[in-house]
Design a protein around this ligand. Structure first.
Ligand code: UDX
Length: 448
């Protein structure tokens, strides 16, 4: 059992705090935001993540998790200090490290003995080394830095923390590595593999992991667009691809584009590192561009199908970037709403969790509805943008009656096209629809 301070009570910090407590440690969550700390101490969890609230409440009642703004006390008591603050994108794609630097300065000021400093935040290659240099300059204590990137998925974060596919530990300090192996021992005993390496390798590993997954999504999205044009079925292609053991079926579901707090930001940061190192990462840059264009084509396709969007009403189901989260950061649904509005459509949106967060971005450019049927009222088209479970079982006959038009654009391929057609609706899917078709002409062109 270790005493651990976690600096930052955002998404990663809270999940790490809950997970580290579950592994048997005493955890203190630290934040400079007093409002946030007060809310946490009142039992209010500022983000929606399945299972998180229950676990934090459970450990808060036994004082195994505490929350405070008193960084000095939390750090002085801790054996290990996790840095889990945000690293948002700057204009040029690089990561903003000011919060990481501020956390390091607080650690240097308050370290009363040797402590392991764990970098959980996603940071560019070289950050651990420069934070290590900074700590040596500012403190006489032994404060080795371990790069321990997280691979949590929103919506499954607690489960991912406690049953990860792997744990990556990057450090050149033997004592720090041993301390971290002790923290994660319960997981190792359950068979979780630990990858030990240098700080630089661990830092790059996180970006590369996300870049590879994002590439899979962008690849299948691009193929989906082609499927639409040549009347092929991307769902079958995905299935066949996934059966090839070298490829694996995960992350081959086409959708409106990837979003969230990690993929877009991390790919931009990786592309930036490539440019800075004079090794331009052409594939990564192209994945970002494919994703941007793919998100735009939803509104473009609807405009073609409806013969213009000006004055049309479009119902939008989903605002979160994926299901089971209230996170709308870089959400394709938000991009779709924005583009529809830009092209003159009236948008009626519904999301079971994310409307409040979305309204900060979209403000009053869209109407926020109480449920999916309200969003469908008088709509010329209805777009499913997020794969919430409840959108899989819509009463399609009722939807048809409420709508003015007939187009259902299922960007997550939740429905069997025939079931939608039977309800009298026109089905548009992601790589499974039959519009703009000239396959024979292409084939003949190729042979002539
Ligand atoms: C991701 C990584 O999975 C995680 O390891 C990392 O730590 C943080 O970034 P998250 O952002 O929560 O996690 O989302 P994830 O479930 O990975 O999905 C990313 C995006 O890809 C979403 O927009 C999702 O809708 C999209 N996606 C994913 C698809 O469109 N198709 C798929 O098959 C899978």
């Amino acid at each position: 059992m270790k005493n651990i301070a976690v600096i930052g009570t955002g998404y990663v910090g809270l999940v790490a705090s809950a997970g580290l407590a579950e592994l048997g440690n005493d955890v203190t969550g630290v934040d400079i935001d007093a409002k946030r700390i007060n809310a946490l101490n009142d039992g209010r969890i500022p983000i929606y993540e399945p299972g998180l609230e229950a676990i934090i409440e459970n450990y808060r009642s036994t004082a195994r998790i505490r929350f405070t703004t008193d960084a000095a006390l939390a750090i002085s008591e801790a054996d290990i200090v996790y840095i889990a603050v945000g690293t948002p994108s700057l204009g040029d794609g690089s990561a903003d490290l000011s919060a990481v630097r501020a956390a390091a300065a607080t650690i240097a000021t308050n370290a009363n003995r040797a402590k392991v400093v764990v970098l959980k935040s996603t940071v560019p290659v070289g950050t651990a080394e420069s934070i290590g240099d900074f700590l040596r300059l500012r403190s006489e204590r032994h404060l080795p830095v371990v790069s321990n990137p997280e691979f949590l998925r929103e919506g499954h974060a607690v489960q991912d923390f406690l049953s990860p596919d792997k744990i990556v530990l990057g450090t050149s300090d033997d004592w720090a590595r041993e301390m971290m192996l002790e923290v994660y021992r319960p997981l190792v005993e359950r068979g979780v593999r630990i990858v030990t390496c240098t700080n630089e390798t661990a830092e790059l590993c996180k970006y590369v992991n996300n870049a590879f997954l994002a590439t899979k999504v962008a690849f299948i999205n691009e193929i989906a667009d082609l499927c639409n044009a040549v009347r092929a079925d991307v769902a079958v292609i995905s299935e066949a691809l996934g059966l090839d053991k070298r490829i694996s079926p995960a992350f081959l579901n086409p959708g409106p584009g990837f979003g969230g707090s990690c993929f877009p930001k991390d790919l931009r940061a990786l592309a930036y590192v490539g440019r800075a190192a004079n090794v331009p990462l052409r594939l990564v840059e192209e994945v970002l561009e494919e994703n941007r264009q793919h998100m735009m084509q939803v509104a473009g396709t609807l405009e073609r199908m409806l013969g213009g969007l000006s004055g049309r009403t479009v119902g939008l189901l989903g605002l979160a970037f994926k299901a089971d989260t209230d996170d709308v950061r870089e959400s394709p649904a938000i991009a779709i709403a924005t583009e529809l509005v830009r092209r003159g459509a009236r948008v009626r949106a519904f999301d079971p969790r994310a409307s409040e967060n979305a309204s900060v971005i979209l403000r009053d450019t869209v109407a926020y509805c109480g449920d999916e049927y309200q969003a469908a009222e008088d709509a010329d088209a209805l777009v499913i943008a997020t794969e919430w479970d409840r959108f899989r079982t819509l009463d399609l006959n009722r939807i048809r009656q409420l709508m003015k038009g007939t187009h259902l654009y299922d960007t997550r391929n939740l429905y069997a096209p025939d079931a939608v057609r039977q309800a009298g609706l026109t089905y548009l899917g992601m790589g499974r629809s039959d519009f703009a078709v000239i396959p024979r002409k292409i084939a003949m062109g190729a042979t002539s």
